[in-house]
Design a protein around this ligand. Structure first.
Ligand code: AMP
Length: 171
């Protein structure tokens, strides 16, 4: 199945010069979405994973169904002040300014092998921040997995200490 045809390019969103990879056509097609989840679950299954961590918010859309399919628990990594229990935070650099991600202190266990899920790998800053949170709680990164990867940006270089795989690759 050609999943590329379910990714829509939206030029100049959310700001001029960015081509936004819109995954909503993929989510909206039951066969394409199921196929993407099946393929990503297979990709992850080979890595002896014990937990899925999804990054807010589009990482939840892929991470949660993959966790159910693989019979694993799901842990959300969220923007600040969204998680109700005790949290760990990490600040990371954006093109302009900084942002913060949080995880519950009991979101991953010491020694657990965790797969990080997000919809898209661009510069890798977001996923890298998630690896710092997870490793800070003593868990191990089994890999970082994405539905879409922008290969012309330095995401893989940023995540070079970890296994990285993606389903739909540009550039
Ligand atoms: P980065 O930290 O640069 O790897 O950016 C990854 C995050 O930003 C992901 O959560 C994506 O949802 C979002 N993102 C960055 N660039 C794009 C893009 N061109 N199209 C769609 N989403 C993007």
């Amino acid at each position: 199945m050609d999943l590329y045809s379910f990714i829509r390019d939206v030029p100049d969103f959310p700001k001029p010069g960015i081509v936004f990879k819109d995954i909503t056509p993929l989510l909206g097609d039951p066969k394409a979405f199921a196929h993407a989840i099946d393929e990503m679950a297979q990709m992850i299954e080979a890595h002896d994973v014990q937990r899925i961590v999804g990054i807010e918010s589009r990482g939840f859309l892929f991470g949660a169904p993959i966790a159910v399919k693989l019979g694993l628990g799901f842990t959300p990594v969220r923007k600040p002040r969204k998680l109700p229990w005790r949290t760990r935070s990490v600040d990371y650099d954006l093109e302009y300014g900084t942002d913060t991600l949080e995880i519950h202190e009991d979101g991953v266990q010491h020694g657990e092998r965790v797969a990080i899920l997000d919809d898209l790998l661009a510069t890798g800053g977001t996923a890298k921040a998630a690896t710092v949170l997870i490793q800070g709680l003593g868990a191990t990164i089994a890999g970082c997995f994405f539905a879409v990867e922008l290969g012309f940006l330095p995401g893989r270089e940023r995540l070079k200490d970890h296994f990285v795989d993606s389903l739909i690759h540009y550039g």
